[in-house]
Design a protein around this ligand. Sequence first.
Ligand code: SAH
Ligand code: MG
Length: 208
Amino acid sequence: MTPEERDLAVGARGFMPPDEGHALWTAASTIDPSLGPVLEVGSYCGKSALYIGPAVRDVGSTLFCVDHHRGSEENQEGWEFHEADLVDEETGLIDTLPHFRSTVHAAGLESVVVAMVGDSSRIAGAWSKPLSMLFIDGGHGVLPAKLDYMNWTPHVAKGGILAIHDVFPDPADGGRPPYEEIYLPAIASGKFAEDSVTGSLRLLRRIG
Ligand code: SAH
Ligand code: MG
C-alpha cells in the first residue's frame, strides 16, 4: 500500500482499525486471481474497500461490494453506531451509497470496485462464481450472520481466503454472532483453517 492509499483508507469513514485494514490488504495481495474475484459483504461508506481495493487492482482482479446501504441494526436511530447525518431526508432512511461512491471515486478505484446494492441473501441467491477471497462484515445479528455463512462461504475456492470481521470469542469484547455463527462453523466444517488473527479480524484459508 502506498502512503497515499493508506492515508485515504485511514481517513475514510467507517469501522476498520488501521492494523486490521492492513491485514486485509496483505491478504488480498496474496490471492490467486485465477481462483475468482474478491467479494465483500458489508461495505458501509467504503472504508474496508479502500484497504482491499488497491491490492485487488494490483493483482488484476475485481472487488464486488455487497451492501443494501441501509445500515445494520446497530446503525439505526437509537442504537450505538447511529450516525444521524447518514439519514436521507427524502426517505428518512440511512443511505451510505453516496458516501461509498464518493470514497471509492476519490481513491481512484472505480474501475476495480463494483457495488452490488441489495440484500446479501438475495444477491447470494443469484451468485455462482468461485471467490479467491470473501470478506464478511455485514449484519451482526444471529440471523444475518448465519445467512452470510450459509450463503457465501460455499463460494470460496479451495486455496482461497475467508476473512471475518468482528470476531469476539469473549462476550465482554463484543457481540457473539460473527464468532458463533460464522467463525466456529467454518472451523468445525473442516473446510477452513485459521491463517492469522489481527484484532477482531480472522483470516481463514479453504483447505477442503
Ligand atoms: N466494512 C465496513 C463496515 C460494514 S458495517 C467498514 O469497513 O467500515 C455493516 C454493513 O452491512 C452496513 O453498511 C449494512 O448496511 C450492511 N448490511 C447489514 N445487513 C445486510 C444485509 N442483509 N444485506 C446487505 N447489507 C447488509
Ligand atoms: Mg466490522
